[in-house]
Design a binder for this molecule. Structure first.
Ligand code: MN
Ligand code: MN
Length: 463
């Protein structure tokens, strides 16, 4: 049937976000294939150290060399800089001189989790436990009765590092936070949801057998120490020089009969980290020099030497730019940054926290988020119209399907990203990333089409 005049006018004048699966079903196969590499990354990058290690491995396979200060690089050269094993900065030198600006693409590789307290080990009533202190914004009740794996590093007194990863391999034990049986939960059920499990109740079960000696005071705790000592040569005091954390032991899986979704821990923000990394590795003599950064500590406010609030990226830029005899401020002023972080996907079950006209949806591509923040945009980098124009043009020129989005209804809550820290460096910045369902839960969901299209958007940016 022929379109009416009104329909034609509607098509011409109205903005409509489209479902990629509806418009381009032929892309599904490529998205499925891309997701396999992504799931593999997730399984090797549950904490920031592992993400850096795995990224370096992939980068070196693609010919990246460690960045050398003072060296001048030719267009097409690929280098990386490892900041304390917790951040990686990857660069492909572009065709334009640095002074015309660089293209930053920055994602975070830390995710919410249960960190061990500095002195974590104890026993109570003949069960051994670790005490934890949660990291990042979690709904605490979600972290009970789910299998957990131990990750992190212990530094011995002599400076030797021991990296742990227990609960991830076939035959490994896992760890768990217990919850009360419903039969005895009458009082607990009256608690507010935010206190379903309280911070000091997130204790990890480690074992239940003693050193069989009735003269020992804490025989169950001692048993755990004896196992750790036998296996790693450590004593209780070594926990004081450690960064250990509990993360969901679950591997990345396909979700749904159609396998259209990835279910995994830590997709905020390894989904943007992986897509940014892949687009970086693929860059061949880009127009602008690419600076792809995977950062730590976003979930606790980007603080610390490995967080985006530190000067570590500025110092790298100084080293890169000074070798060209330019001033770093001239380069930054002309640069453009994608703050690559996830957004909240519309969840039909909890529809009332979203404002549909500005919500982001799964399967509609990467979300361009002009501003984040809370209340009156507090704590937000509010991208300019000019910045929006530039980034939208990169995507539209390459026919990348994308969507506009806001975090949720006005005053429903809010949140921030690393965008404001980059803007503080005098760089035009906007947020672009994948919509996620069940964000910050032990199992988060993303759509494979969105993951693939976010990669395509980043590729367009690195062209
Ligand atoms: Mn994030
Ligand atoms: Mn987050």
């Amino acid at each position: 049937m022929a379109k009416t005049e009104g329909q034609k006018l509607e098509e011409k004048l109205c903005y409509k976000i489209k479902n990629i699966g509806m418009e381009r079903p032929e892309e599904l196969e490529k998205a499925m294939e891309f997701a396999e590499g992504y799931k593999n990354f997730l399984d090797h990058a549950k904490i920031e150290r592992e993400a850096v290690r795995y990224s370096i491995q992939l980068a070196e396979e693609k010919g990246y060399k460690e960045f050398e200060r003072g060296k001048r690089y030719a267009a097409g050269a690929k280098v990386y800089f490892n900041n304390r094993g917790k951040n990686i900065i990857l660069t492909t030198i572009g065709q334009k001189p640095l002074v015309e600006g660089v293209h930053f693409n920055i994602a975070h590789i830390d995710s919410p989790r249960l960190d061990l307290k500095p002195n974590p080990l104890y026993e109570k009533d003949e069960i051994a436990y670790f005490k934890t202190h949660y990291y990042g914004g979690i709904k605490k009740y979600q972290w009970g009765v789910t299998p957990l794996a131990l990750h992190g590093r212990i530094m011995l007194a002599d400076g030797t590092a021991i990296d742990l990863e227990i609960g991830e391999h076939e035959g490994d034990p896992v760890f768990v936070v217990t919850d009360l049986l419903p039969h005895l939960a009458q009082k607990q059920n009256e608690r507010k949801l935010s206190e379903g499990l309280r911070g000091e109740e997130l204790n990890i079960v480690l074992g239940s057998t003693p050193i069989a000696d009735k003269e020992v005071k804490a025989a169950f705790k001692l048993k755990i120490l004896s196992i750790l000592n036998e296996k790693y040569g450590i004593t209780e005091a070594d926990f004081l020089r450690a960064e250990l954390t509990m993360v969901p032991a679950q591997k990345a899986v396909d979700v749904g009969f159609d396998r259209s979704l990835v279910g995994a821990y830590g997709q905020d923000d390894k989904v943007c980290a992986y897509t940014a990394l892949m687009a970086e590795l693929d860059a061949v003599k880009p127009e602008y020099t690419t600076v792809t950064v995977l950062v730590d500590k976003e979930e606790i406010g980007s603080e610390g030497v490995s967080g985006m609030a530190s000067d570590m990226l500025l110092h790298y830029m100084e080293d890169l730019v000074e070798a060209e005899g330019e001033r770093v401020r001239d380069v930054l002023r002309n640069s453009l940054c994608l703050s690559a972080d996830v957004n909240a996907a519309y969840d039909p079950t909890f529809a009332d926290v979203y404002e549909l006209q500005n919500a982001s949806f799964i399967n509609k591509g990467p979300v361009l988020t002009k501003y984040t923040g809370a209340r009156g945009k507090s704590g937000s980098n509010d991208a300019s119209a000019e910045t929006m124009q530039k980034v939208i043009k990169y995507m539209d020129d390459e026919e990348v399907m994308w969507q506009i989005g806001e975090l949720g209804k006005v005053d429903a809550g809010g949140g921030g990203t690393i965008a404001k820290f980059i803007a503080d460096m005098d760089v035009d910045t906007v947020d672009l990333g994948v919509p996620v369902l069940s964000m910050h839960a032990p199992l988060e969901l993303t759509s494979k089409l969105d993951v693939y299209y976010t990669y395509k958007a980043f590729k367009a940016f690195n062209k």
